[in-house]
Ligand binder design. Structure first.
Ligand code: SF4
Length: 325
């Protein structure tokens, strides 16, 4: 029977930021009313451009940021009622850059065993045994236990980061761009390892990426984020086969360009990502949307559910050729 391990309801995170000496302070709504559910044992993909709020959402999940509104439930329990230390036993991160997330002065064994020490789990003898076990699980040879991060390859460093995340046997791993800092040649090794570990250990992943190809390969469900909101969410195969939101269609087009890292194709979206401090009225995507109508410039769209496919657009079934206004 399906079990929704994480419920996020109307989650909001607003930062009060200064924009200059004489311009005062402004609100930046990094996460703006996000609602979603993550099923146990699945991979939930979260995609969008830089600055769309996906990393802020992951920090809220990990308890590294305090929400402004809404709620997050883990196993039907509000995360704010779970002590930070206990939450860390259940939800662990793997960050993008293994170069900066590992302490260069600590040995591999010391880095991997750190969560056990912080949470006072077991004895020194247990730590050594569990480090060896988890190194074996992530494919690190025992001889590297006394090495330092600077002596490892990028792929080995990311395996150390995964080992550190898994040593507490978490239920959920938040993978924030887990391979984007790695050479292309080792990216697939790390992704395949993550998928093997998910099925072996029964893990749930929240996979954050700007790379739709990675998400298509790994996730069973995908949410597309734009200016702090989920604008489309569906089972992966459905979303890739039949994207309903113009922004998702543009993202998919950018994957098909020879250099997807250059971002969205100009011919579809024209202008740059809007200033999140001063978002456009109505549908915040309207200045870039080839399908925008008058209503889009005035009234924000509400989420529409078409079966198990959610889209936040005034014209959710308009899959025709974009109308350029
Ligand atoms: Fe485009 Fe209008 Fe839909 Fe927004 S609501 S995505 S502007 S068609």
């Amino acid at each position: 029977m399906k079990h929704q391990l994480i419920h996020i309801r109307e989650l909001t995170k607003t930062y009060r930021i200064s924009t200059g000496l004489f311009r005062g302070k402004h609100d930046l709504r990094a996460v703006n009313g996000v609602t979603l559910e993550v099923e146990q044992g699945t991979v939930f993909g979260l995609v969008g451009e830089s600055g769309c709020g996906k990393t802020t959402l992951s920090k809220l999940l990990l308890g590294l940021e305090q929400r402004t509104g809404g709620e997050i439930l883990f196993n039907n329990r509000p995360t704010e009622s779970i002590p930070r230390r206990d939450l860390a036993r259940h939800i662990q991160p793997v960050f993008q850059d293994p170069y900066s997330s590992l302490n260069p002065r600590k040995s591999v064994a010391s880095i991997i065993s750190l969560p056990l020490k912080v949470h006072r789990v077991g004895t020194m003898v247990d730590w050594s045994r569990r480090v060896q076990e988890i190194m074996d699980v992530v494919g690190l040879p025992p001889r590297l236990a006394n090495s330092y991060p600077g002596q490892l390859s990028g792929g080995q460093r990311q395996r150390v980061a995964v080992a550190r995340a898994l040593i507490m046997h978490p239920d959920v791993v938040v993978c924030d761009e887990p391979t984007s800092a790695l050479d292309v040649s080792v990216q697939s090794q790390i992704l395949n390892m993550l998928m093997d570990l998910r099925s072996e250990l029964g893990l749930t992943y929240i996979l954050i990426s700007h790379n739709l190809s990675v998400v298509e390969h790994m996730a069973s469900r995908v949410a597309v984020m734009y200016l702090g909101r989920i604008v489309e969410e569906a089972p992966t195969a459905t979303l890739f086969r039949s994207p309903h939101h113009p922004y998702t269609r543009a993202l998919l087009d950018s994957v098909l360009t020879p250099e997807p890292e250059k971002g969205l194709p100009e011919n579809h979206l024209g202008i740059a990502y809007p200033d999140p401090i001063d978002p456009p009225p109505g549908c915040t995507f309207h200045p870039r949307c080839p399908c925008a109508q008058d209503v889009c410039r005035k009234i924000p769209p509400c989420p529409v559910n078409i079966g198990n496919h959610m889209v936040e657009c005034h014209f959710p079934l308009n899959n025709s050729t974009p109308k350029y206004n």
